[in-house]
Design a protein around this ligand. Structure first.
Ligand code: ATP
Length: 234
């Protein structure tokens, strides 16, 4: 579904990624882990087309993304849930969900899509008319994920979705991610909550100082505490 080859990225003169090559199979959950500042966010921003300068190759569902802008990547079915969530103040939950369709060219019926999303997210269903930023952090994170799902992407890039969220909602999120995978949606999950991510994921990739230093099934990394300690300790 997604393949990067020798992906490099820069912020100005700072060379952040030094040749990231990863492959994500269709319908898989891949956990992308590593310590703070390793380059995880930069990797997903590069895949999404949001970095000022990159080189290398990115293929998504058979299409070369390299020359495409972020909104064209989105319209090919690639969605992104950034760490900072970007819930819009002054708008209700419903209106924030509607924003997820504004740039979509998929011809999705908004009312049907919101009804469907509400069924998947009972917490949001009860709060469609509520101002979104008055919800808890966890509920806002669910909204950010729901807003990404509403345009029916083939793949979602998630940046630390469990951060700062109470355990019961993290568990709910895990159930949701498994369900998405069962529906054939591919997930690339950047996480500091390594154990949780590895229990969910099929494959695991560790990034350190802008390079891939480990790749295996998630189970293998889950059992390898020394490797986790070496590269993922916060
Ligand atoms: P974290 O978990 O802390 O977010 P990360 O693995 O996602 O870590 P990145 O956010 O990709 O790491 O950061 C990689 C490097 O890029 C860091 O050295 C960081 O300081 C640098 N960096 C990130 N954003 C910028 C920016 N806007 N301008 C300059 N350098 C940046």
């Amino acid at each position: 579904m997604l393949e990067t080859k020798e992906l490099q990225a820069w912020y100005g003169a700072s060379h952040i990624l030094h040749g990231i090559s990863i492959a994500v199979e269709r319908g898989a959950i891949v956990a992308l882990v590593g310590r703070n500042g390793a380059g995880k966010t930069t990797t997903i921003r590069s895949i999404m087309g949001l970095m000022p300068k990159t080189s290398g190759e990115i293929r998504f569902d058979g299409v070369d993304l390299t020359a495409l802008r972020a909104h064209d990547r989105f319209n090919l079915g690639l969605a992104y849930v950034p760490e900072e969530r970007r819930i819009v103040p002054g708008l209700t939950v419903r209106e924030n969900l509607q924003l997820g369709l504004v740039a979509s060219r998929a011809g999705i019926d908004e009312r049907v899509a919101i009804d469907e999303i509400a069924e998947s997210f009972p917490r949001l269903k009860e709060r469609l008319g509520q101002e979104a930023v008055t919800m808890s952090g966890g509920e806002q994170q669910m909204l950010a994920i729901a807003r990404a799902m509403i345009a029916k992407p083939k793949m979602i890039l998630l940046d630390e979705p469990s951060e700062g969220i109470m355990p019961v909602l993290v568990e709910e999120m895990g159930v949701l991610f498994r369900r998405l995978r069962d529906q054939g949606v591919t997930l690339l999950l950047v996480e500091q909550n390594v154990e949780w991510a590895l229990r969910l994921a099929d494959r695991a990739v560790i990034i350190d100082q802008g390079e891939v230093v480990h790749e295996s099934s998630a189970d293998v990394l889950l059992a390898d505490k020394a490797m986790q300690e070496r590269y993922c300790a916060v």
